[in-house]
Design a protein around this ligand. Sequence first.
Ligand SMILES: [Zn+2]
Length: 282
Amino acid sequence: MNFFKGKEGEALPFDVPPMPPDGQMDLFGFIPTSSNTPEPKPQSPECSQNGLVHFKYSPLMKKSIRCKGGVLFGHPEVLLPAYMKAPEFAAARELAAEWAEHAVRRKTQKNKAVIKDLVSRFWQAVDQIFTDKGEMPLSTKGRLPPIRPQGKYHNLVDVLAAINDTYFGGMLSCRITWSNRVGGLSFHTIRKDPVTGENFHLISISRGYDAANCPLYAIAGVVYHECLHIVIPVEVRHGRRVVHGREFRQRERRYIYYEEWIKWHKEVLPRNIRALLHHREL
Ligand SMILES: [Zn+2]
């Protein structure tokens, strides 16, 4: 059933070219068509998830939030800009609620630090929401590049899920996006989630792969390569940074379409990137 089944990286023999253009989906047929994570319940824009902090909206406000203390049994009420009533701001509203709960308390040194942190995470979250939607963030300082895994031709979330299941037992925790640098390369970074304040791995894939002429095995190859950077961190040997060491190269070769991917990467990708730099459609 699962084409990749077997021990990790155990190459299955094949003599024919890896994939006829039409047969691509057979290889990745086990990819779930929709994500397995349950759809979050729509959150009421009237109050916080725990029901304790109430939200009011002002069409006049844009880049500020306010809170009134102790209206309902000691819990604050938060006044937010009207655009934050939209469902995509649910997570940001939760941060605003948390902020208000602290803001109405006594301003101890510790509480002041918590308030400051929550405010900055709140505005970062708001900026990220705007950026992910493809709109300009409110503040341009410290702005985050958008995370957009759905490309013109390929969805990276599906490819990452297949690679994660096949080569990492589904244990890899990371996010993925098409790179925002036109004609750029693929890379891996660590970013901070503005909502949780936690760090996460982000894989960015070159837009040269989001092409009609790009077979899934090539995208899967580059995604696998970037995933390996997460599990095999850069080593410093004799004062030199070893990014693609022996272990890395050995594990990289376990990808069942390694040869085919490398061939595509060397022959087709540079052409696609040149096309992108000349603003041609792929
Ligand atoms: Zn690399």
